[in-house]
Design a protein around this ligand. Structure first.
Ligand code: NAD
Length: 264
């Protein structure tokens, strides 16, 4: 794919102050898109994310704080992006959290947060961004789901439910927008070494009563025949491809990038 493929296009990446979202935002910006960052974190963390994406960027990079638990803040984020850049051509729904616990101990407030951030926020961003894409005659929506959009693991009831929900949302909206040159896809990564996974290693060790080393080798990488974590850059490059013109016929797909996990 050529350099500056996305010149003139505007992208919103939710949860882009860390991990996978930061990697996607950097790749989109390096390929010419204007990028709106979003996420939680201290001022220092946000300034560092802005500086690192701007260092790679060919066009503007801005930040709007919006809590993905709040439909009103999400609406303000989308409208703020349109106000800043004129359109939203690319929407990447990436913000997500995890909590690992047996269902009988699963805190109801964690269930509510995970459903809000990992599922409902994507409904709200899509609901609010679609009018801009329809008005400009096309667009790209990529939802960062998980292998857990297609299979389950124990102790992740809310996460697996939310990610399966994302698969359904992706397919439904893809059908609704198929004739409008707006593609809607989900990416289903296996384990990626990010702050989200680092926290999960400790939680899973507690939930299963095993060591953290055993979680990495016997739980996480056991599921992945490649026996290595998926790279953030690998995911970002797949997103970039889906955002390009060559991916115009890929829509409604849940695309695994999970080192062979789902082949078993
Ligand atoms: P991360 O913790 O590194 O980053 C999460 C991002 O979401 C951060 O920018 C954070 O500020 C933001 N965020 C969290 N709560 C928010 C809220 N209420 N409002 C706004 N932003 C919020 O995590 P990551 O591993 O990069 O995960 C990113 C996405 O990838 C998630 O949807 C996750 O489910 C998915 N995913 C991760 C893995 C993995 O192994 N890391 C695997 C499959 C899917």
């Amino acid at each position: 794919m050529g350099i500056h493929t996305l010149a003139g296009r505007s992208a919103l990446v939710t949860g882009s102050t860390s991990g996978i979202g930061l990697g996607i935002a950097t790749t989109l910006a390096a390929n010419g898109a204007r990028v709106m960052l979003n996420g939680l974190g201290s001022k220092d963390e946000i300034d560092a994310a802005l500086a690192s994406v701007r260092a790679a960027a060919k066009d503007r990079v801005e930040f709007i704080a919006a809590d993905m638990r709040s439909p009103q803040e999400i609406e303000d984020l989308v409208q703020g992006t349109v106000a800043a850049f004129g359109t939203i051509d690319i929407l990447i729904n990436n913000a997500g959290i995890q909590h690992v616990a047996p269902v009988q101990d699963f805190p109801p407030e964690k269930w509510d947060d995970i459903i809000a951030i990992n599922l409902s926020s994507s409904f709200h961003t899509i609901r609010c961004a679609t009018p801009s894409m329809l008005a400009s005659g096309g667009g790209r929506i990529v939802n960062i789901a998980s292998a857990h959009a297609l299979v389950a693991s124990p102790f992740k009831s809310a996460y697996v439910a939310a990610k399966h929900g994302i698969a359904g949302l992706t397919k439904t909206v893809a059908l609704e927008l198929a004739e409008k040159d707006i593609t809607v896809n989900a990416i289903a990564p296996g384990y990626v070494r990010t702050p989200l996974v680092d926290m999960q290693i400790a939680d899973t060790a507690r939930a299963r009563g095993i060591s953290e080393e055993a979680v990495i080798s016997d739980v996480m990488l056991k599921a992945q025949p490649t026996k290595r974590f998926v790279g953030i850059d690998e995911i970002a490059e797949l997103v970039l491809f889906l955002c390009g013109d060559s991916a115009a016929s890929i829509t409604g797909s849940i695309l695994p990038i999970e080192g062979g996990w789902l082949a078993q």
